[in-house]
Design a protein around this ligand. Structure first.
Ligand code: ATP
Length: 237
């Protein structure tokens, strides 16, 4: 059974239909990427999974449980965390306080402490800056903090929306390494939305190409990197 399964999901903003019947499946332990042009519906897909933008029809299953009509906080409790586009950390809170916010739905104090130490092992820069205000961190560090904060909810499935957006190439490289590390060492399943299709496909097992609210191509990441249509439209090759 897939860890995450979307079946024929349709989502609207008023009269505008952003998702026109999206079906996606993510197996436990995989990194799956969702690529496509601006406005294709990638962010809406993540927002639909989290129930922040409720779906109009279709079904979403997590480990076989229907989560399509659950509240966003219940979905976090079920093991799904999202890192939204644009990071959105709390600039007036310290690094540690930002991380505490990520764990606010949990009450297992000891494991929270352990998870914070684990996060600091993955991101040593954040450990050095744990008492610094979030707003004073660099763009790359804020992205690391946003990812760490999502990890503090102890997710089985991590949804990442454009983690490389607006960051310098070296930092982007670093972010992608960290995503792989989280997947391998924490055994966290990852659904990654990216404009940087080339980098995303290099670390993913499987990819979905979205266009106009629909899934246009589904294949292994290796095949998508070789696919002429994908190379021309999304890899600039
Ligand atoms: P981007 O990379 O620009 O974020 P995307 O693939 O994530 O693109 P979405 O943001 O999901 O695409 O947008 C899908 C469609 O829904 C677009 O046509 C967009 O204009 C529309 N849309 C998104 N958010 C809203 C909103 N809050 N209100 C109305 N329409 C919206």
């Amino acid at each position: 059974m897939a860890l995450l399964e979307l079946k024929d999901v349709r989502t609207f903003y008023g009269n505008i239909q952003a998702l026109k019947g999206v079906s996606i499946s993510v197996e436990e332990g995989e990194i799956v990427t969702l690529i496509g042009a601006n406005g294709a519906g990638k962010t809406t897909t993540l927002m639909s999974i989290c129930s922040i933008t409720p779906i109009r029809s279709g079904e979403i299953f997590l480990d076989g449980h229907d989560i399509s009509r659950m509240s966003p906080h219940k979905i976090v409790q079920m093991g799904v965390s999202q890192v939204p586009e644009g990071r959105r950390i709390f600039p007036q809170l310290t690094v540690s306080e930002n991380l505490d916010m990520g764990a606010f739905l949990r009450n297992d104090k000891e494991s929270i402490k352990q998870d914070m130490e684990e996060v600091f092992t993955i991101f040593p820069r954040l450990a050095e800056r744990r008492n610094q205000l979030g707003g004073t961190l660099s763009g790359g560090e804020q992205q690391m903090l946003a990812i760490s904060r999502a990890l503090m909810a102890s997710p089985r499935l991590l949804l990442l929306d454009e983690p490389s957006l607006g960051l310098a190439p070296l930092i982007v490289q670093n972010i992608f390494e960290v995503i792989q590390k989280i997947n391998k060492e924490r055994k966290t399943t990852i659904l990654l939305v990216e404009q940087n299709a080339n980098m995303a496909l290099k670390i993913a097992n499987k990819g979905y190409v979205m266009q106009n609210g629909l899934i246009k191509i589904t294949d292994t990441a290796t095949n998508l990197l070789k696919n002429q249509e994908v190379r021309k439209a999304y890899l600039g090759l």
